[in-house]
Write a protein that binds this ligand. Structure first.
Ligand code: SF4
Length: 484
């Protein structure tokens, strides 16, 4: 089984697309029987798009914790027989995006640490903005750190926290963590999950037909495993899964909500339900708003596959301009471990996409895309469409210009790398060689989401919901191993 959206290996091989990179997907399972690992494995497949560089599952039978993890896709990390020794009714899993630094093995999750209360396994999605201070605090108290990941900091602070139970220890320590954390831990006979009080990253849970429960980053993973009665875990809420029982309490008061808008725009799978919305439908509405804000006379609307397809459908239906496909995506190019020649590497985007010339020749084309980060993909795509015979090429983007880095777990690049931090819209249009370029405004974007507040838009506005030091390392720098 192959994940159709995979760009795995793209960074390494030079076929990287200009997209924000999500950091992680997490899940946790408490079920009857001793085969939680199998459900976790298939759940991780449904979270593969949230992290394609590493994957892992830790399993517990209530006494011992066993783990299997490594770098690569879920299908590459888990071979036939990998699950055989993962015996137990509790499991947590993780998919991770990371750069391919030499130290990245140490950052592969789940983490398992021995504590005086027994083994503790941790899977984390997000990024703490005060991780540096927390890390220094741990080092000053004599703790040894093995990785550059925030998740290890979370695990060690949790292990050292006061309390009679793990949920009490979690409740007592989580107010010290500033930033994004959707966290799943496995301890003793329980799975415990929580979201940060700002609610940056998604986390939901549902019920299995056999009475067990599953928590996962996206509802699609819950449905894949067979869950119903699905609901979001609230910001600041702690959910405890034990046997067939699920209980929850509000551990800390929610702050002003700051859901990551990019979950709606790009990260989440179209079948995800998030904030009461279906992501596919939200993307269609983004396309409708994009047409109203940046109308253009054209003959055909075409998406950059795959995440822009719903928005292109919305743009086409609102405008009356025909929808058609103009790009064929090579879904497997990033999978090869055969290094390309320099000449092939230079072709970059052309190795990922071919054009359907018959749908393009002689036409005025609107390309719909979900974001421009560094500006390295749009130019080659525009050029390919012109070479296929388009008479005009207009580009429409379903979010505002990304002019600020993310410090909450998404690799956007640094200020220097962001093209919208360096150039205005007319200059970006010239840079990519389009006849016109239109970005959706923040107001129109939020109109499509039918919300006026409750979302983080910091990468567009520079207004961070949690104070950050702008000289703080970005998520990518952190995982590049700048922090040792
Ligand atoms: S800065 Fe952008 S990518 Fe980061 S959490 Fe906020 S909306 Fe999401």
């Amino acid at each position: 089984m192959i994940d159709p959206d995979s760009d795995v290996g793209a960074d390494r091989l030079g076929f990287e697309l200009d997209r924000p990179k999500e950091e992680c997907g997490v899940l946790g399972i408490s079920t009857v029987g001793d085969d939680a690992a199998r459900s976790a494995f298939f759940g991780l497949y449904a979270l593969q798009h949230r992290g394609q560089e590493a994957a892992g599952i830790a399993v517990s039978d209530g006494r011992a914790v066993r783990i299997h993890k490594g770098q690569g896709l879920v299908s590459q990390v888990f071979e036939p027989g990998s699950l055989d020794h993962l015996v137990g009714g509790l499991a947590i899993g993780h998919t991770r995006y990371s750069t391919t630094g030499s130290n990245s093995d140490r950052n592969v999750q789940p983490y398992v640490v021995e504590t005086m209360h027994g083994p503790l396994a941790v899977a984390h999605n997000g990024n703490l903005v005060n991780a540096d201070q927390l890390r220094i605090g741990l080092l000053e108290r004599g703790a040894g750190l093995q990785s550059s990941s925030d998740s290890e900091v979370l695990a060690l602070m949790l292990a050292a926290s006061e309390g009679a139970s793990w949920e009490e220890r979690l409740g007592n320590v989580m107010h010290k963590w500033e930033g994004a954390f959707s966290l799943v831990i496995m301890c003793g006979t329980k799975i415990i999950a929580t979201r940060d009080p700002w609610g940056f990253r998604p986390l939901s849970f549902g019920k299995l037909p056999n009475g067990g429960h599953v928590v996962a980053s996206e509802t699609g993973a819950l449905k894949t495993i067979g869950c119903d009665n699905i609901r979001e875990i609230n910001a600041g809420e702690i959910v405890v899964l034990q046997g067939q029982v699920a209980r929850s309490h509000q551990a800390i008061m929610p702050k002003d909500q700051a859901r990551c808008t990019f979950e709606q725009i790009y990260f989440s799978r179209p079948d995800a339900e998030w904030d009461g919305m279906n992501v596919h439908q939200t993307r269609q509405k983004l396309g409708v708003e994009l047409w109203h804000e940046h109308p253009v006379e054209a003959d055909v609307v075409m998406p950059v596959p795959d995440s822009s397809m719903p928005a292109a459908i919305g743009f086409a239906s609102a405008s009356g301009i025909m929808y058609n496909e103009g790009f064929v995506k090579n879904r497997y190019i990033g999978r090869t471990f055969i290094e390309p020649t320099d000449e092939l590497r230079r072709q970059g985007v052309a190795m990922k996409f071919n054009t359907l010339n018959e749908n393009i020749f002689g036409k005025r084309v609107v390309i719909i895309d979900d974001s421009i980060v560094r500006g390295t993909t749009s130019g080659p795509l525009v050029r390919m469409v012109r070479e296929a015979g388009a008479t005009e090429v207009h580009v429409r983007i379903t979010c505002p210009p990304i002019a600020h880095p993310c410090f909450f777990g998404v690799d956007m690049g640094s200020y220097e790398e962001l093209i919208a931090h360096q150039l205005g819209v007319p200059e970006i249009c010239e840079h990519i060689g389009a006849d016109s370029l239109g970005f959706l405004s923040v107001d129109r974007m939020m109109k499509a989401l039918d919300r006026t507040e409750g979302y983080c838009n910091a990468c567009f506005t520079g207004s961070y919901p949690v104070p950050v030091q702008l000289n703080l390392l970005t998520t990518k720098q952190r995982f590049d191993g700048v922090l040792k």
